[in-house]
Design a protein around this ligand. Structure first.
Ligand code: ZN
Ligand code: ZN
Ligand code: ZN
Length: 183
């Protein structure tokens, strides 16, 4: 189901050039592919804007959704209500789970899974597959909470308690209090 023009081999070193022979879709895909980060549509838009002035934010939103549907991107929801995207390899060799900080928005990828975690996922998938006749191909696992800096006693914990002005990064990401989102 992947749109054909999204799956063909990508030109290398093309980021930053909105080349006529590639389309905006390829440009957006390349941006995702070349970063380990989890980007919002606005992040992608801002990264491409200097060299792709004709690109619209709507196109970025639509393309990211398309990539997600095609299995080439993964959607990550953060506690602050932001929808982020990351590149997803077809062979899933980059499969990882997430630890998401609901205070500063930090997302940690990890793939050094706990053995209990692997066993649980395997057993759960087998049981669900049997119970619902469902062929499971993928899963998203994310844990929400507080990162070392934001947890009580951490270097940013004073902010979580409504203290002094937060550092720039935390300020930019904390559009609204998201403490209710933690569990
Ligand atoms: Zn997994
Ligand atoms: Zn944090
Ligand atoms: Zn990730």
């Amino acid at each position: 189901m992947a749109p054909r023009n999204l799956t063909r081999s990508q030109p290398t070193g093309m980021t930053g050039h909105c080349a006529r022979w590639t389309g905006p879709r390829e440009e957006i895909f390349t941006v995702l592919m070349q970063t380990q980060q989890h980007l919002t549509a606005k992040d992608v838009f801002a990264l491409l804007r200097p060299t792709c002035p004709e690109l619209g934010l709507t196109t970025v939103y639509r393309t990211l959704d398309l990539l997600n549907q095609a299995g080439l991107a993964r959607k990550v929801m953060t506690g602050d209500g932001q929808v982020r995207f990351e590149y997803r390899r077809a062979d899933q060799s980059d499969h990882h789970h997430h630890l998401i900080c609901t205070a500063c928005g930090m997302i940690l990828n990890y793939s050094n899974f706990e053995q209990d975690e692997l066993d649980l996922v395997r057993r759960t998938e087998a049981a669900l597959s049997k119970a619902h006749g469902f062929l499971i191909r993928d899963h998203n696992i994310e844990f929400h909470g507080l990162c070392p800096a934001c947890r009580p006693g951490g270097e940013r914990s004073v902010i979580a308690l409504g203290g002094d002005a937060p550092p720039p990064v935390a300020a930019a990401r904390r559009r609204r209090p998201s403490r209710k989102a933690s569990s």
